[in-house]
Design a protein around this ligand. Sequence first.
Ligand code: CMP
Length: 139
Amino acid sequence: MADNRTFTMIKPEAAEKGLIGAILDRIEKGGFRIVAMKKTQLSKKEAGTFYAVHKERPFYGELVDYMSSGPIVAAILEKDNAVVDFRTLIGATDPSEAAEGTIRKDFAESKAKNAVHGSDSDENAEIEGNFFFSTREKL
Ligand code: CMP
């Protein structure tokens, strides 16, 4: 994936609460183009693979259980400086520390149920996007 792309997931609790449309609206109004998008549910095994980088962290088991607990929306997004600008749009991992007007400040419940995922580097954006989408789906 090019440096102007990032990857996001709308997490199970946000999808369950009917926030998919509101979050996509923030994303598009934030200047991001939706390159590819799908609603799907991760198996435990898939969630474990996706978050393998966190395997040694104490919250890994909880994270895998939660991320496979219900449908999510996965998307590749495009904008200049996409990774950094998207992390600004969503706010800090812990919603109690997220800036006013950010997606997590307005929609997240907790550090674990924090509404959205955003890639932390160009390299991970490419890996994560490729986990969900084939070349022909990236329009
Ligand atoms: P995300 O951007 O999806 O990347 C890793 C996720 O791990 C992160 O968002 C959080 O939802 C989750 N996470 C990070 N720290 C904790 C924690 N202390 N307890 C539970 N989940 C956490």
